[in-house]
Design a protein around this ligand. Structure first.
Ligand SMILES: *Cc1c(COP(=O)(O)O)cnc(C)c1O
Length: 455
């Protein structure tokens, strides 16, 4: 029998996270103060994040120790399995070998608890009583609710209104773990009230929800804010994924030629890909790492590299990133976790330096890919995960055409068991190809008056 599932022992959970900044040939440019346009230091983040996380945000240490209590919590679902996708290989009749790392086995069903647990842990260490956050598809909100519940911290979640309406079970999960959940834009914050005044029917967006959660945290002393993607410390925590995957592939006697992950703000992509990029930079390997984004929110493939805000209202520092403009509101596609206007700073620099690649996939194509995967492998993927699957299928088909056998690894970052409305829409023909015109992108970017970055 060919081994399908490659497992590690609990004792093999990595003891350190990997910080790619230590190895980057060009370090990320500094964040700027939006008023003075001068670089800002880490203390500007102090109202929002605990000290330990700010330290991780700016550290250049290559390895960061994972606290014992965090590793112990990780052991609820980690190490996660690595699968050889025999079923999908057969369905595609491809000479490629396909593997996937499955992060859907966590309590909330995605990779998000990999960072929610350490974030709640460090907040607890510094005496924080309440954490505010935003959530798109509901994945991050549920992960943080689970983590806060464990550490006895109150969790307040601003959930993008479109998802709040589409995904009542995600909200109930958060309530089960003791969190309070509000549809965003809400009338609880100035940022939310401003949006509602301009557009009472706003479906919301991650950028808007971030503005609301940040405002709430900035105005209360016992409250901090937590972000589920984009930031350096989030990507750092997620590297547990790739570090485990390398151990598992070594067990299988294999190494990937291509590593693929879906891309929202970059955390699960970073999590899987950065440990493999280390092998490129340190050992001269030549592993292609591809980020898969939606064609209707294509910041990596069609955005610009310049300074922009991380949120819609413009409350964050200015960050050097690939962006579609901070008030770009993506079409209401079901992959809520990928409806974000920008990309994290590290990933943006890596793309600019051509150390990683990006591909965009249409909304209809990704559901075709997801259904094909579910029928071949059994697991029903989250709509976000379907983007990575679409890239993996495209690369496997290329192998067939070229008659080459490559080894492909992708991140199955979450299951879709709470996303059945999306699949129902697909089966009833309600999901259409969506064409984002160049004029729409240009209009959004033309509204930016943030600093340009010379080539
Ligand atoms: C949040 C989420 C994403 C997008 O966020 P990244 O930071 O880019 O990983 C993708 N897939 C799932 C299942 C998610 O929950």
């Amino acid at each position: 029998m060919n081994t399908r599932k490659i497992l590690l022992e609990e004792s093999e959970i990595p003891e350190n996270w990997y910080n790619i900044i230590a190895d980057m040939p060009n370090k990320p440019l500094p964040p700027l103060h939006p008023g003075t346009l001068q670089p800002i230091g880490p203390d500007a983040l102090a109202p929002l994040f605990p000290e330990a996380l700010i330290k991780q945000e700016v550290t250049s240490d290559k390895w960061v120790a994972i606290p014992d209590e965090v590793r112990h919590m990780y052991s609820i679902w980690r190490p996660t399995p690595l699968y050889r996708a025999y079923g999908l290989e057969k369905a595609l009749d491809t000479p490629a070998k396909i593997y996937y790392k499955y992060e859907g086995v966590s309590p909330s069903g995605s990779h998000k608890p990999n960072t929610a647990i350490p974030q709640a842990y460090y907040n607890k260490q510094e005496g924080i009583k309440r954490i505010t956050t935003e959530t798109g598809a509901g994945q991050w909100g549920s992960a943080l609710s689970f983590a806060c519940q464990h550490f006895g911290i109150k969790c307040e979640v601003y959930m993008v209104k479109l998802s709040y309406q589409d995904k009542p079970y995600r909200k109930m999960m958060m309530n089960t773990w003791g969190a309070d959940v509000y549809p965003s834009p809400s009338d609880r914050t100035q940022a939310g009230r401003n949006i509602l005044a301009a557009n009472p029917d706003s479906p919301g967006s991650l950028g808007i929800a971030i503005s609301e959660a940040v405002e709430m945290a900035a105005t209360r002393d016992d409250t901090k804010y937590a972000l589920g993607s984009v930031l350096n410390h989030v990507k750092l925590h997620q590297t547990i994924i790739g570090l485990e995957a390398i151990k598992q592939l070594e067990k299988a006697g294999d190494m990937p030629d291509i590593v693929i992950a879906p891309f929202g703000g970059g955390s699960n992509f970073a999590g899987l890909a950065f440990p493999f990029l280390r092998l490129n930079m340190e050992e001269g390997k030549n592993i292609r790492c591809i980020a898969s984004e939606p064609a209707s929110c294509p910041k990596l493939t069609r955005g610009v590299f310049r300074y922009d805000f991380g949120d819609t209202a413009g409350m964050t520092p200015l960050l050097p990133m690939y962006t579609l403009g901070h008030d770009f509101i993506p079409a209401p596609i079901h992959a809520g976790g990928l409806r974000y206007h920008g990309a994290g700073v590290i990933v943006s620099q890596l793309l600019r330096d051509k150390l990683i690649e990006a591909q965009a996939h249409d909304n209809l194509e990704i559901f075709e890919a997801g259904v094909q995967f579910a029928r071949a492998e059994g697991i029903i993927p989250a709509p976000e995960a379907n983007h990575g699957i679409a890239t993996a299928i495209a690369e496997a088909k290329k192998c067939k055409e070229e008659g080459t056998s490559k080894t492909i690894l992708f991140n199955l970052c979450g299951h879709g068991n709470f996303d059945m409305k999306a699949y129902d829409d697909y089966f009833s023909g309600k999901i259409k190809q969506h064409e984002l015109t160049q004029a729409e992108i240009d209009t959004s970017i033309a509204r930016l008056n943030t600093p340009l970055i010379p080539a």
